[in-house]
Design a binder for this molecule. Structure first.
Ligand code: FES
Length: 87
């Protein structure tokens, strides 16, 4: 199972982590991802506060995702890995 975590520390909160979480949740529903495909959770500060965008960790790598990029990030980075795992 893959793990997707969004930083909910104070700096990322100001940069829109709530919106990133909402977008990811919507997309998990839109794509009807089974419960055992993805663990999705919030995380404490990932020490990426100085970077632009909200810190998001996925499969051990850390990304910086602005709220307006959350949909394309999910589609281009998260979905392909999940689809590979289902084959
Ligand atoms: S608050 Fe998110 S990386 Fe520090």
């Amino acid at each position: 199972m893959a793990t997707l975590s969004v930083c909910i520390g104070s700096s990322c909160h100001l940069k829109g982590s709530y919106n990133v979480i909402q977008t990811f949740q919507q997309m998990i529903e839109e794509y009807h991802l089974p419960d055992d495909t993805l663990t999705f959770n919030g995380a404490f500060c990932m020490k990426q506060c100085a970077e632009p965008g909200v810190a998001v960790s996925f499969e051990g790598a850390v990304y910086h995702v602005k709220p307006e990029e959350a949909r394309s990030f999910f589609r281009e980075t998260v979905l392909p890995v999940l689809e590979r795992g289902r084959q």
